[in-house]
Design a protein around this ligand. Structure first.
Ligand code: SF4
Length: 436
């Protein structure tokens, strides 16, 4: 039996990814491959790295996972395979939020995490008794998870091919985040010993922890970091800015090889942090946080979001000022996006403010809802303006020289982002300067 696992990518993603200097490998499909019975022949296509999936391949079963903005491409792939008589199973965050929509394109849909279901799904397929929907009664226990089949990826295509996950979820509950909905709230962990064993087995020095918030439980994180120290790896992950509030935690992170963190600062507006229920960021969207991380040799990549109900047209200028003032090593400005399943999506629907139901625009670049204090066009153009202003040669040089932290890591990331900002989008304008 031949199983093909597919991570779809939009045309834009494939185009951008092809030119990227810094591509990271995915985790979900290698993990699913590891959970598949040994007598099944498994292959993986990560369209962002490998290009469009090969429909001519001799496969019996296809598994597709996608986020919301990739759903139209996922459906295209599913429809084509089904037309060729191949059975299709869909899962991932979008299928979880819209299972009946996904079912129109697939033979079976997995709602939520597939870990505890996957072997039964394969067995049902073999018996010819695939169910329409699969949903585990509770989120999976992460003890004893197999190591992901990274050998199935074309490792040469990724700048960092080693991916590991120590925890899933996040203790916070931001209203735009799909994690509380997808993972059922809270945070779950793998035993530190399991993670350390997996790390020890990896070739190469660089590792990505695909955790949503690696310091979600500081005590667990400290134990993990202590266990990582002897392995002498260099690692990147995502975290909240709260990491700097615990000196021991920050110091252990650095000692264990942390060289970069993606932090969702989200906004310079405390009213917007309130509105988004991101209260833990209050007092932490500041230079002191970034300086402390730099002092420990940790580069800071930040997510900045525009379009909260309290954001007026001055928000764009304030973001650019912040990014340059605090010397971020990397920044990805984005438009607030109401993913289906989130509290934000429900609220905007109730208020009749969703203006676009084309999932391909739910990509953090386009505006799919009516903002409160500006027009959708102003939000779109203002975000494009921020993206470009933050990636002028002058801004990148100023930030990276001042940061003076691991230029070899941040420069390729920022160059990738600069290309993205200037080639994928029309010239943005700052609405505050035009109309304000
Ligand atoms: S802190 Fe980050 S990961 Fe956690 S709920 Fe908020 S947005 Fe999601």
């Amino acid at each position: 039996m031949n199983l093909e696992l597919v991570a779809p990518a939009t045309d834009r993603e494939r185009k951008q990814s092809k030119a990227n200097l810094f591509r990271l490998s995915p985790l979900t499909l290698p993990l699913l491959a590891a959970l598949t019975p040994k007598d099944v022949e498994v292959s993986i296509t990560d369209e962002a790295a490998d290009g469009p999936v090969n429909f001519e391949k001799d496969v019996d079963l296809v598994g597709i996972t996608s986020m919301t903005y990739q759903a139209p491409r996922a459906y295209e792939i599913a429809d084509e395979f089904k037309q060729r008589g191949v059975t299709v199973i869909m899962g991932g965050s979008h299928a979880t939020a819209a299972p009946h929509e996904a079912k129109e394109h697939a033979d079976a849909v997995v709602i939520g995490e597939a870990d505890n279901l996957w072997r039964d799904i394969i067995a049902d397929y073999r018996k010819g008794g695939l169910k329409e929907f699969y949903k585990a009664p509770a989120p999976p226990d992460l003890r004893g998870l197999p190591f992901p089949r990274l050998d199935l990826l074309k490792r040469g295509k990724y700048r960092i091919a080693n991916v590991v996950q120590a925890s899933r979820g996040c203790p916070f509950n931001c209203d735009f985040c799909f994690l509380p909905f997808y993972y059922g709230g809270g945070i779950r962990y793998r035993p530190v010993e399991d993670v350390a064993e997996e790390i020890a087995a990896l070739e190469g020095k660089l590792v990505i922890f695909w955790d949503e918030n690696i310091v979600g439980n500081p005590e667990y994180a400290k134990k993990l970091f202590r266990a990582l120290i002897p392995h002498k790896k260099l690692w990147l992950s995502q975290s909240t800015a709260t990491i700097v509030q615990d000196k021991e935690l920050l110091s252990l992170a650095a000692k264990s090889g942390c060289i970069g963190l993606y932090i969702g600062f989200e906004t310079t507006s405390s009213a917007s942090l309130n509105a988004a229920n991101k209260l833990h960021n209050k007092e932490l969207v500041c230079k002191d946080v970034v300086d402390k991380l730099h002092d420990h040799g940790i580069t800071v990549m930040a997510g900045m979001v525009h379009g909260f109900d309290t954001d007026d047209k001055t928000i764009f200028e304030r973001t650019v000022e912040f990014v340059n003032k605090v010397n971020l090593d990397g920044v990805s400005p984005s438009v607030l996006t109401p993913y289906p399943g989130t509290k934000l999506y429900q609220r905007l629907r109730q208020e009749d403010r969703i203006i676009d139901n084309d999932w391909s625009y739910y990509d953090c670049d386009h505006v799919v809802f009516r903002p409160k204090l500006m027009t959708p066009e102003e939000l779109f153009s203002g975000n494009n303006w921020v993206r470009q202003e933050c990636h002028t040669a002058k801004s990148i040089l100023k930030r990276l020289i001042s940061s003076h932290t691991r230029l070899w890591l941040s420069l390729p990331i920022e160059l990738d982002y600069r290309r993205y900002a200037y080639t994928m989008f029309e010239r943005g304008t700052n609405p505050a300067r035009i109309h304000g």
